[in-house]
Design a protein around this ligand. Structure first.
Ligand code: ITT
Length: 192
């Protein structure tokens, strides 16, 4: 069976990318191979996404797919953005980071936000293929929903009246920023 390394230590992301990939692949996690995470030194999603796929490719001889993603809130100058994961670490949990965000949003009129996913694929000895998926929405007034992961309970996708935390896992995986990025990637790499 063909192997692919899903280069992420985030279990929520791993589940979503594994779901999107063809059944033909045996999906390998860097956790099972005891591969650490690289330092995210870039100032952009695409920079960090490429940096991750390059890093993980050094450990295996088969294709690697990596994602750098995050929540960008318009009235907070697109924060936490590339610092989405680091904000949760700084506050001790996603719940605490979401409480912090909701507090900051109390005085804001504009609640527009986007979830961004920069997805990179690397086949050994070939160049990186990088694409971006974006889903628009708004920030809810409360933390609602127990499904999904990360910031899902405060993001309401456009044209819906519930948060990603209230969507079934499968429904969310078929519409989110990662899905939209994957759709673009699949057009370029048909075997995925
Ligand atoms: P890896 O670098 O190992 O992939 P990470 O969690 O550090 O794991 P990022 O640096 O890309 O990943 O950080 C993205 C953050 O944004 C992360 O904390 C996620 O929980 C959050 N995030 C990304 N996509 C999300 C989604 O679909 N739903 C909820 N939160 C999401």
């Amino acid at each position: 069976m063909k192997k692919i390394l899903i280069g992420t230590h985030n279990k929520g992301k791993f589940r979503e990318i594994a779901y999107l990939l063809s059944k033909k692949y045996k999906k390998i996690s860097p956790i099972s191979l005891k591969i650490p995470s690289p330092k995210e030194t870039s100032k952009s999603f695409s920079g960090n996404s490429k940096l991750k796929v390059n890093f993980f490719s050094k450990f295996v001889k088969y294709p690697v797919i990596s994602d750098d993603s995050g929540l960008c809130i318009k009235s907070l100058n697109n924060m936490p953005g590339i610092y989405s994961s680091r904000l949760a670490k700084k506050h001790g949990s996603f719940t605490k980071a979401m409480i912090y965000i909701l507090k900051k949003m109390k005085i804001k009129k504009n609640r527009s936000a986007t979830f961004v996913c920069s997805l990179s694929y690397k086949h050994p000895k070939k160049k990186i293929v990088n694409v971006t998926g974006i889903i628009k929405g708004t920030i809810s007034s409360k933390i609602i929903g127990k499904k999904g992961f990360g910031y899902d309970p405060i993001f309401i996708p456009r044209n819906y009246n519930k948060t990603f935390g209230q969507f079934s896992k499968v429904r969310k995986m078929k519409m989110d920023h990662r899905f939209l990025a994957f759709k673009k990637l699949k057009k370029k790499i048909k075997t995925l």
